[in-house]
Design a binder for this molecule. Structure first.
Ligand code: AMP
Ligand code: ZN
Length: 112
């Protein structure tokens, strides 16, 4: 499958990984929008948050636990933001489900 995040998960494309287990991988965003900007993805190809099925609910919960673990490791004790862009109007540019973990600065709200 010609999917950049599938290729990152399978190491066909290199990335700076900060976490990996059997189901999930997290790596630094290529174009960081905050001092910490990590993308957390399921290794399984799910196109977007709109395509999450009954079989995936476990992994979605796990992704949020992994986010908290990474945030602790990267010393984001003052808080952080987890973002999912879904579909065209949501600003999704890579069609493989991913969660942005951002921190290290004060975030703005509402996010444009
Ligand atoms: P989104 O706009 O929510 O779909 O986010 C896609 C994110 O993937 C953007 O923040 C990009 O900077 C990031 N990105 C795209 N290609 C790569 C890559 N090869 N390695 C790391 N991050 C990437
Ligand atoms: Zn994929």
């Amino acid at each position: 499958m010609d999917c950049v995040f599938c290729k990152i998960a399978s190491n066909e494309i290199s990335s700076k990984k900060v976490y990996e287990d059997g189901q999930i991988v997290a790596f630094n965003d290529l174009d960081p929008q905050a001092p910490v900007h990590v993308l957390i993805i399921p290794k399984k190809h799910i196109q977007s948050a709109d395509q999450i099925s009954d079989n995936d609910t476990n992994i979605i919960g796990k992704i949020f636990m992994v986010a908290s673990k990474i945030a602790k490791e990267l010393r984001l004790e003052n808080g952080y933001r987890i973002v999912n862009n879904c579909g065209e109007d949501g600003g999704q540019t890579v069609p493989h489900l991913h969660f942005h973990l951002m921190g290290g600065r004060k975030m703005n709200w509402p996010a444009g």
